[in-house]
Design a protein around this ligand. Structure first.
Ligand SMILES: Cc1cc2nc3c(=O)[nH]c(=O)nc-3n(C[C@H](O)[C@H](O)[C@H](O)COP(=O)(O)O)c2cc1C
Length: 315
């Protein structure tokens, strides 16, 4: 049987994100994939309420699901999504970043932490592949956190991003169809996804433009000045998405390049091992808070200042 590929969009009906996604999926179908397509706008997705009952259960080795599981369509979608070999996400850019319809969906994935679900046998291990499409009215300048925002939502479900594309300067409804290059690039994404599916997981690598972005590790275009981390680690410059650490160096062509230092991938968020470092941090920071009963007494006393204070609201 062919590979299973799913397309998830959050764009307007019959417009840019939907059509570019369909173009990519057509390439997958041509290569024999079994394709599923959904637009999140057709589903009810509630926001994560931050109760953390899912992660509290995980820390005790239990699977509790999400308290909202039977209140909306998230679980129905995840049951299908997690059974795929690859997923292509195609999302409009609103205010420089992925639109909220997508982010609401993605930020409900904490209870589907795949590394945990696989460990307890709730789901089978799959080396999942992802392709990302961001669609906006402007150039990279006004889509500065679009692909990067999508990338950041891939970690929880352990999706390996093998290709990304930015569809620029297509503000109008279905305007992307005027640009043959953009449409061809979307088709190429589908081909790349199929190529990745046919490659053994340990050999899968980046299939997008080789020089895309600053970061040679995740190809994001977003770097930040590093600051001292919880454990004292301090990189001069960090990739905002994967957390790679290093510095800028002359590229020999009059420009600059981001060079990852020797221990710069210690906390690489695109890997399970790298993310485990963050679990250590949570253990120390959150675990430390819960472990000391004195903390509750102090917080309970101090919070009266705020719980008792009321301001005018809006009726
Ligand atoms: C609320 C809102 C905010 C937007 N913000 C941006 C933006 O920051 N950058 C950009 O390039 N386009 C922005 N756009 C334009 C959309 O990304 C663009 O219309 C895109 O084609 C929508 O994709 P769709 O046709 O698949 O819905 C914005 C559109 C809306 C409605």
């Amino acid at each position: 049987m062919g590979y299973k590929v799913m397309g998830i969009t959050a764009g307007r009906k019959n417009s840019n994100s939907e059509f570019l996604l369909k173009e990519a999926l057509i390439a997958c179908e041509e290569a024999g994939a079994e394709v599923t397509f959904i637009n999140l706008r057709d589903f009810k997705i509630l926001d994560c309420i931050g109760c953390t009952s899912c992660t509290k259960a995980m820390s005790e080795g239990r699977y509790a699901g999400c308290v909202l599981d039977d209140k909306d369509d998230k679980k129905k979608i995840m049951d299908v999504m997690l059974a795929q070999d690859a997923v292509i996400f195609s999302v409009p850019t609103y205010d420089l970043m992925p639109c909220s319809a997508y982010l609401s969906f993605a930020q409900r994935s904490l209870s589907y932490e795949t590394a945990f679900l696989e460990t307890i046998g709730a789901i089978e291990h799959k080396d999942r592949i992802a392709g990302l499409i961001s669609v906006g009215g402007s150039t990279r300048a006004w889509q500065s956190m679009a692909l990067e925002g999508l990338q950041a939502t891939m970690f929880t479900t352990d999706m390996k991003v093998v290709d990304m594309m930015l569809a620029t300067r297509v503000p109008g409804n279905a305007q992307a169809l005027l640009d043959d290059e953009i449409v061809a690039r979307a088709h190429k994404m589908g081909e790349n996804i199929m190529k990745a599916c046919a490659t053994p997981p340990e050999e899968r690598g980046w299939l997008g433009e080789e020089d895309m972005g600053w970061c040679p590790n995740c190809h994001s275009n977003a770097l930040v000045l590093g600051e001292k981390q919880w454990d004292g680690l301090h990189y001069k410059v960090e990739c905002q998405v994967c957390g790679a650490g290093g510095n800028l160096e002359p590229d020999g062509k009059g420009g600059w390049k981001f060079v990852i230092q020797e221990d710069g991938l210690l906390k690489d968020r695109t890997t399970i091992e790298g993310r485990a470092k963050h679990l250590e941090e949570i253990g120390v920071t959150q675990g430390g808070f819960f472990a000391n009963p004195e903390n509750f007494a102090i917080v309970n006393e101090k919070k009266k200042r705020y719980t008792q204070k009321q301001f005018k609201g809006i009726d």
